[in-house]
Design a protein around this ligand. Structure first.
Ligand code: PEP
Ligand code: MN
Length: 336
């Protein structure tokens, strides 16, 4: 059960409310986010919600049968829209496009990519500076200096930045330069990181774990929300299966399931989802038809020279074509 509280609730009113709930054997978690105050109640007892709803200081009460609560669509029918400022929103009527290199490499590389984004009216750049790599000998990222460099190039154009944070200690120094913190697949269940991101007023995109279930992804989002941050995005990026013909099995089913189960925006990552350049664009389009609110994909001037993930990275020509097709698709009823 989720109880929404009035901002004006007094401590005496809250005491009456919590007494009723504890008498009914609910365990309570108080959640204060950027916009609202809630009490999340976990318990077995059936209760007539009017006995709660009529108490002073309560705005609304919702019975949520899902195990995750705050991220569930069962209490919030309207889609969550994330506002990044400067007219950039995610989860509204438009399809969001986030594109950029797997790794931030050099200034000239980033300049070229930004020019490509501007040409295509793409407002959000992706680019990792802390890279989770399977091999300890692979490039581990340009670090905060790389992030500052990317920010210096993007900020004058109002281009927003999504980049991966790998550990709690990185958050503070990254904070001024990031518009969306990305939690990578390998960190999808790093609960300390999720807790820490829950204390920020900054959007967080959580990728599905490499062998994570849809429910586990929703629980990860619940961690962040229940710590106080409602600005959340879910990302399908493929899972590990027995199939070896491609890097990951892009679970397009998950997009519709997530949209039905949660009010949060869903972003598709076909680049990591399939891991093979030739298949990325079609999967991006298929994700949009399946209801994704946006796509995130890797693009580079010379993918064959990219330091990481070149095999799944689009070149500028392929990316131009994809954006054209997304724009065509967005105008059809296929996206409804
Ligand atoms: C990435 O986006 O570059 C990345 C490492 O993604 P994932 O966590 O999905 O593997
Ligand atoms: Mn990558």
């Amino acid at each position: 059960m989720i109880i929404q509280l009035r901002n004006t609730i007094t401590s005496a009113q809250k005491q009456v409310l919590t007494d009723v709930l504890t008498q009914n054997k609910y365990s309570l978690t108080e959640v204060s986010t950027q916009s609202e105050n809630y009490i999340v109640c976990i318990g077995k007892k059936e209760i007539d919600i009017r006995t709660i709803g009529n108490l002073a200081g309560v705005t609304d009460v919702h019975i949520v049968s899902d195990n995750y609560k705050l991220v569930s669509r069962k209490w919030k029918v309207r889609n969550t829209v994330i506002d990044l400022g400067d007219g950039v929103t995610i989860g509204g009527n438009d399809i969001s496009i986030m594109a950029g290199p797997c790794s931030v490499e050099r200034e000239d590389q980033m300049q070229k990519i930004v020019e490509h984004l501007l040409k295509n009216k793409i407002r959000i750049i992706r680019g990792g500076v802390f890279k989770p790599r399977s091999s300890p000998y692979a490039f581990r990222g340009a670090g905060v200096e790389g992030l500052k460099m990317m920010h210096a190039i993007c900020a004058p154009h109002g281009i927003k930045i999504i980049t991966e944070v790998m550990q709690v200690s990185q958050i503070e120094e990254m904070m001024p330069y990031v518009d969306i913190f990305q939690v990578g697949a390998r960190n999808s269940q790093n609960f300390n990181l999720l807790d820490a991101l829950g204390e920020l007023d900054k959007p967080v995109l959580i990728k599905r774990g490499i062998s994570g279930t849809i429910e586990e992804l929703l629980y990860s989002a619940e961690y962040v929300f229940s710590k106080g941050n409602e600005k959340l995005l879910l990302c399908e990026r493929g899972i590990r299966t027995f199939e070896t013909a491609y890097r990951n099995t892009f679970d397009i089913n998950a997009i519709q399931v997530l949209k039905e189960k949660s009010h949060l925006p869903v972003i598709a990552d076909p680049s990591h989802g399939v891991g093979i350049r030739n298949y990325v664009a079609k999967l991006a389009l298929a994700s949009i038809i399946s209801g994704a609110d946006g796509v995130i994909y890797e693009v580079h001037e010379k993918p064959e020279e990219a330091i990481s993930d070149g095999q799944q990275t689009l070149n500028f020509y392929e990316s131009d074509k994809l954006v054209d097709n997304i724009n065509i698709l967005a105008q059809t009823s296929l996206c409804d």
